[in-house]
Ligand binder design. Structure first.
Ligand code: F6R
Length: 592
């Protein structure tokens, strides 16, 4: 959450380079943005509330050095004053933060009692004030690295910062949220919150670890350890991502592009190293307890994996990252945890991972974003390989997580990787035909009809229970409709009280042992006036509307996501909402 971009370039275009870098980071937060350039000892700051307009011309003068920030508000409302960068009151530096200073209240109270007059409501200004105070005490004209390190040691929480000084030096420190340093052949230097955003500017990068920092001047890049100040050297890696992976490729939105990409990228998910898969299967079989872990949509994939593993006789517990604390005393060194995350930077998930590792639990993970914290912490790290997912809502990443989860359960059941790869290839073809069929038009018309409804329910059972929860989540986050997902079995225990004449109820139905019970649930809501929207491979007389799914019944749980993604996408477009940047959300949830 929040994105940081910085540049030291030779062509005086730093402001615009940073602005466009922020546009690529906007998925991390888009409440407000700000850019500061420094030139001949002066700072020029532009901050605005709202999203980044790619045609906007920055008012900043030409300069070689700039940093910027795109905000997802934590402390302080979404206002221009609260947008970063924050300029020191003595005018010697400007600073941005990605994260939260957890002890900001204590620090703020002390600063106020010492006479500091806060301008914003942010926790970030506390960092600015502390640096400024120490700098004055040390009679520095601008903050030294030692001063920044000293202040940083007083901060609690996950807080990555970057500041630019009057003389054009950038000092950045990573704690929690990622920080990447890149350079190009012309010697231009960049810092960013992710590798993807660097792709158009840089061709090499290194990632700072937690507790590491970097000083960047026009001549030098010097990484260091924050605690000791010791200089270190970090190895550069080539940036392999093509910058075209970051455009909408003719689609109206990233979300739509990413939905359609599923016909291809799901095959990449099955291209996993056989040896490592075998090692994971061995670990699953020999573990005392198996946990699966994730947050939000990834938690649904984690629950689905647990479901499929239980079906194979492996007792598995699914943990929601934000509700895992009560399990802490149960973790032991003979356990295995499989963590699922698109970004690999979700604070809730990574916090649980840290607990697990303290107890010696073996960690496997499946992550999409290259170079993530979660991957680095894992004993058995797997890459999802569905390509950059820019739309804030998880679409192809979640389907990929499910394809990978199913792979594990199939391997345990004795199927070969090759056989599963063929199955997914066949599925991709069916999906392609499905996208070309009249079902798309049907979803568009249904979206028009449903867009004005206030409430919607989604029912599923067994393997389609998690897809029902995900369907409802997509409705909430993209179409802003109050939607709830339930097990078809839960209905009569209370939920049915909410059904009225015309209430839309989506029923996910598979050809499995749950089918008859699920159809009974559909009949019960229909008898109370609900409009039953069946999502299934075959039609049923109970359905008022039928969304046909691709034939592959073994992968029906994955198929159910796709109409959910399209329906919610079209509903958002219908209401003129931005499906790529739903309100109040951000893609990488790096705060707790
Ligand atoms: C929903 C969505 C979120 C994420 C969740 C975890 O569409 O995208 O619920 O799934 O924030 O994020 P990752 O997968 O990066 O750990």
């Amino acid at each position: 959450m929040c994105g940081i971009y910085g540049a030291i370039v030779s062509n005086q275009d730093a402001g615009s380079v940073v602005y466009h870098g922020l546009k690529r980071l906007e998925y991390r937060g888009y409440d407000s943005w700000g850019v500061v350039v420094t030139r001949a000892g002066d700072f020029f700051i532009e901050k605005q509330v709202g999203k980044i307009d790619k045609n906007h011309q920055l008012s900043a003068p030409p300069a070689q050095v700039a940093i910027g920030h795109t905000r997802w508000a934590t402390h302080g409302r979404v206002t221009q004053v609260n947008a970063h960068p924050h300029l020191a009151q003595n005018g010697s530096f400007a600073l941005v933060q990605n994260g939260v200073v957890e002890n900001y209240q204590q620090l703020q109270e002390k600063l106020v009692s010492q006479g500091y007059d806060f301008i914003s409501q942010t926790d970030t200004e506390v960092i600015v004030a502390l640096i400024e105070q120490l700098e004055t005490r040390k009679h520095e004209t601008e903050p030294s690295v030692a001063t920044v390190r000293q202040v940083f040691s007083q901060l609690r929480g996950r807080n990555t910062i970057a500041l630019v000084t009057q003389s054009g030096k950038i000092i950045a420190i990573r704690q929690g949220s990622p920080l990447v340093v890149g350079k190009n052949k012309q010697g231009d230097i960049f810092i960013s919150s992710d590798v993807l955003s660097l792709a158009p500017d840089a061709n090499e990068y290194f990632i700072l670890d937690h507790g590491q920092g970097v000083i960047v001047t026009c001549k030098k890049i010097q990484p260091f350890v924050v605690k000791t100040g010791k200089k270190i050297s970090l190895e550069y890696q080539p940036i392999k991502i093509s910058s075209t992976a970051l455009d909408t490729a003719g689609f109206d939105h990233f979300m739509l592009k990413e939905i359609y990409e599923q016909t291809e990228v799901l095959n990449n998910v099955t291209e996993q190293p056989q040896k490592q898969l075998t090692a994971l299967v061995t670990e699953i079989k020999k573990a005392n307890r198996v946990y699966t872990l994730g947050a939000g949509s990834a938690s649904f994939a984690a629950e689905q994996l647990a479901f499929w593993l239980r079906e194979q006789g492996v007792l598995t517990t699914a943990l929601k990252s934000y509700e895992a604390r009560s399990y802490q005393n149960l973790f032991s060194s003979n356990d295995l945890c499989i963590a699922i995350s698109q970004s690999g930077e979700t604070a809730d998930t990574n916090e649980v991972v840290e607990w697990l590792l303290q107890f010696g639990v073996k960690l496997a993970s499946i992550v999409n974003m290259p170079g993530s914290t979660l991957t680095a912490l894992s004993d058995l790290p797997f890459m999802l390989q569905v390509g950059p997912e820019v739309g804030v809502a998880s679409t192809k990443a979640l389907s990929g997580q499910m394809i990978w989860s199913k792979l594990l359960s199939e391997l345990i059941a004795g199927k070969t990787l090759l056989a599963y790869q063929k199955q997914v290839q066949e599925y991709s073809k069916q999906l392609q035909n499905w996208f070309e069929s009249q079902v798309i038009g049907q979803l568009q018309s249904l979206a028009k009809e449903l867009a004005n409804h206030k409430h919607l329910f989604v029912l599923g059972r067994g393997q389609l229970y998690m897809p029902a929860l995900e369907f409802a989540l997509k409705m909430k986050e993209i179409s802003y409709i109050h939607a709830e997902g339930f097990s078809g079995g839960e209905l009569k225990h209370g939920v049915i009280a909410l059904i009225e004449q015309g209430t839309p109820v989506v029923c996910l139905v598979a050809k499995d042992k749950e089918k008859n019970d699920m159809l009974s649930a559909a009949a019960e809501v229909k008898a109370r006036g609900a409009r039953v929207i069946g999502v299934s491979i075959e039609n049923n007389q109970l359905f008022d509307d039928w969304i046909r799914l691709p034939k592959a019944s073994e992968l029906v749980a994955i198929s159910c996501f796709i109409p959910a993604q399209l329906l919610t996408y079209y509903m958002a477009v219908e209401q003129a909402y931005d499906p790529d940047k739903p309100r109040n959300l951000a893609k990488s949830v790096t705060v707790k």
